[in-house]
Design a protein around this ligand. Structure first.
Ligand SMILES: NC(=O)c1ccc[n+]([C@@H]2O[C@H](COP(=O)([O-])OP(=O)(O)OC[C@H]3O[C@@H](n4cnc5c(N)ncnc54)[C@H](OP(=O)(O)O)[C@@H]3O)[C@@H](O)[C@H]2O)c1
Length: 334
């Protein structure tokens, strides 16, 4: 079968399409015929070797973090799925494997696809959708009437975060360039700051919380938008000690490293009386069920920017890496 492999760490030349043997499902695994797979910044960060401190892979490895497809076979002990079921999944971080014609994954990370959408739209949901849901519901505990700031609302995660925050009852402010303005308004943003022209901290005050999707200087300035006692959750800034223990299940060594690299960010948060949390999302079949319910109830729209044929996956990567995607970038397989 055809698959897209990471052969070494580096630039675009470090990944290539190859023929590899078909995988066989182990206990509690399903074998999925992949019909579409979503691309994410984590794919090119992994390629560059930026995440080695957290996750090491034996190379070469079939990469790809999310998919939609049809169950082809199942290993012993699988109870939730049968051959022929249409499923979608954020695959386990330890194994990857979504950029392939066939892949095996634990049944616990998969869910039945929403009936209302096709494979290409479904493939764009898992990683970004779960990230938004877990940050807003579990970390920010968004409740009706709250005012929430979500800088960077037009990208893969942002298009889900704006809508899920609205479903949870929040009133949302976001940042976007003129290219993303109409999109973020359609997805529910009540206040939109053009980040290419204005500094959002001059315009926004006393928000109950924030979900930062941009990191760097944007995260640093986000603390001054949130009221004392509020929380800023970032998915793009510096991991902090709780990230190591709670999200990654790791010990004191990694927690100490994260303590060190997040020192400046945590100081800034403390000065403002704001809590800081960095979240690594986790794969979850039950959380995907929840997203599927929202999609089927037409409360959550999947925004797909571009679909590329599998043979042109390198072009899909180049497109995503420019950093201007409006919604998700997906490859159609085969
Ligand atoms: N920790 C986790 O578990 C986790 C999970 C998912 C993603 N992430 C991280 O979260 C980040 C976002 O991911 P993504 O999939 O949403 O990326 P993406 O789809 O590539 O985001 C692109 C979007 O970001 C906008 N943008 C760029 N710079 C901006 C700025 N300074 N202010 C406001 N908007 C800006 C762009 O708008 P314009 O083109 O109009 O400028 C574009 O629409 C990445 O760093 C990713 O690695 C982390």
């Amino acid at each position: 079968m055809r698959a897209f492999l990471l052969t070494r760490h580096g630039g675009p030349e470090a990944m290539e399409l190859r023929d590899v043997p078909e995988p066989r499902p182990a206990e509690r695994q399903i074998l999925v015929r992949v019909r579409a797979a979503g691309l994410n910044p984590v794919d090119y960060k992994t390629r560059a070797g930026k995440l080695r401190v957290i996750q090491r892979y034996t190379l070469p490895i079939v990469v790809g973090n999310e998919l939609a497809g049809i169950v082809e076979a199942r290993g012993p002990g699988v109870s939730r799925f049968q051959p022929g079921d249409r499923v979608f999944a954020r695959v386990p971080k330890e194994t990857l494997g979504a950029f392939a014609e066939l892949t095996c994954l634990d049944e616990g990370v998969a869910a039945h696809m929403p009936a209302a959408i096709d494979f290409e739209a479904a493939a764009g949901v898992p990683l970004a959708g779960l990230t938004a849901l877990q940050a807003l519901r579990d970390e920010l505990r968004v409740s009706p009437g709250q005012r929430l700031f979500i800088p960077g609302g037009a990208g893969g995660v942002g298009t889900f975060a704006l809508q899920i925050a609205s479903v949870l009852g929040a009133e949302v402010a976001t940042t976007a360039s003129p290219r993303g303005d109409a999109l973020v308004r359609r997805l529910g943003a009540k206040v939109v700051v053009d980040y290419t022209k204005a500094r959002f901290e001059d315009l926004l005050r006393d928000y109950d919380g924030a979900m930062d999707l941009v990191g760097g200087d944007t995260l640093a300035r986000t603390f001054s938008v949130v009221r004392r006692g509020g929380t800023v959750v970032s998915i793009a800034g510096m991991p902090e000690p709780l990230t190591a223990r709670k999200d990654l299940g790791r010990g004191a060594g990694l927690a100490a490293l994260f303590w060190l690299i997040s020192l400046g960010t945590r100081r800034r948060a403390r000065r403002r009386g704001v809590r800081y949390r960095y979240l690594f999302m986790h794969p979850s079949g039950p959380d995907l069920d929840e997203l599927a319910r929202l999609i089927d109830a037409r409360k959550l729209e999947v925004v797909i920017d571009r679909v590329f044929p599998f043979a042109e996956i390198a072009d899909a990567f180049a497109y995503l890496e420019q950093g201007h995607a409006k919604g998700k970038v997906v490859v159609r397989i085969p």
